[in-house]
Design a protein around this ligand. Structure first.
Ligand code: PLP
Length: 347
């Protein structure tokens, strides 16, 4: 390997899917593969999840739904929900690609009615993102409603009183559509208990290895592994600086490794001085990050040399730890992974 490589472990994906199914035994697990499968490749991810029994999928946009429909082809006729509904999308184009919009506004309802095709309904229960007011949803009474759903604002905090408030509102709202399956929980909601499962759960991040409570969770395996080789190891004396603008200044004699990875491969520049890479079982703190090169501290890996592989994200460099270190969420760390890193599928 000569530069950063991203390995996508489909066996780990299947294991995470099984973990979620076991956690919500009465519900359909409908994977969320928006944003190109959280940056990992929606066709690859959805194809494997189809093999694992997933027949319902969620994306955000019409274009994502069209691409996913093409990737799955005629042999894998999954039901694909479009979370953004008809916002900016042509109803005819949705119908042509056999996509199911999740309607979010009274205008969506009026524009979808002439299609006489199934739809989802998103009812806002207090997150104040997309969704119909409970009363506006009544206008959909004559539609073929295949799913009534809402989304939780604070599910990662199991003690938040907002969860129970949203649950109560959702129960009232879905009672108006007694024949339609219902869905409230994303990854975190699955772990709030069976009362939150309804007929379908919509996990995204935990399928990809992110902990539902936004901390590293051993029940979920890393799906994305980003590794890069050491191009050069360098001895520094106290006072020597590394990188642009003297980004790191050594306070002692030490060895650093220069890796063939950088923010062009999706590693956030904010990792500098905050995140940790791993060489086998030895931590290698990230010192500087530039476009194509990154420097790590080899103090704890004294035998590391040019050609050795360093893990920047994966089973040791946990996704949730990277997110916490860089002040973001696991979702953002994944979707930043760029197309430049060579990609390989495994399992
Ligand atoms: C993105 C999204 C999900 C999946 O959320 P995760 O936190 O990744 O599990 C589920 N439902 C809706 C409406 C979403 O926007």
């Amino acid at each position: 390997m000569s530069a950063a490589r991203l390995t996508i472990d489909l066996a780990a994906l299947a294991a995470n899917h099984a973990t979620l199914k076991a956690a919500a035994p009465g519900a359909v697990v409908a994977p969320v593969v928006k944003a190109d499968g959280y940056g990992l490749g929606a066709g690859l991810i959805a194809g494997r999840l189809w093999d694992e029994g997933a027949r319902d999928l969620f994306v955000a946009r019409l274009s994502e739904g069209q691409a996913l429909r093409a990737a799955l082809g005629g042999g894998r006729p999954a039901r694909i929900f479009i979370l953004d509904g008809l916002a900016g999308a042509d109803a005819g184009a949705l119908a042509d690609a056999d996509l199911t919009p999740v309607l979010n506004t009274p205008e969506d309802i009026a524009r979808w009615r002439p299609q006489r095709r199934p739809c989802g309904l998103h009812i806002d229960t207090g997150m104040n993102r997309l969704g119909l007011d409970v009363d506006d949803a009544r206008a959909a009474a004559d539609l073929d409603v295949a799913l009534v759903m809402s989304h939780l604002a604070c599910a990662a905090e199991s003690s938040s009183p907002r969860n129970a408030r949203q649950l109560a509102l959702f129960r009232q709202a879905r009672a108006r559509f007694p024949d339609a399956p219902a869905s409230l929980a994303a990854s975190a909601g699955v772990y709030l208990g069976a009362g939150y499962h309804f007929d379908m759960v919509r996990p995204g991040i935990s399928l990809y290895g992110g902990g539902p409570q936004e901390v590293a969770d051993d029940r979920f395996a890393a799906v994305a592994t980003l590794e890069a080789p050491i191009l050069q190891a360098r001895e520094l004396q106290a006072g020597d600086a590394v990188g642009y603008g003297d980004g790191f200044v050594a306070d002692r004699a030490m060895r650093v490794g220069l890796l063939a990875a950088g923010y062009a491969d999706g590693l956030l520049r904010r990792s500098m001085g905050r995140a940790t890479a791993w060489i086998g079982d030895a931590p290698a703190p990230i010192l500087t990050v530039s476009m194509d090169l990154l420097a790590v501290d080899l103090s704890q890996a004294p035998r590391a040399k040019a050609g050795d592989l360093v893990q920047l994200l994966g089973p040791r460099a946990r996704l949730d730890d990277l997110a916490a270190a860089t002040g973001t969420v696991a979702h953002e760390c994944l979707v930043r992974l760029s197309a430049r890193a060579e990609r390989v599928g495994r399992g």
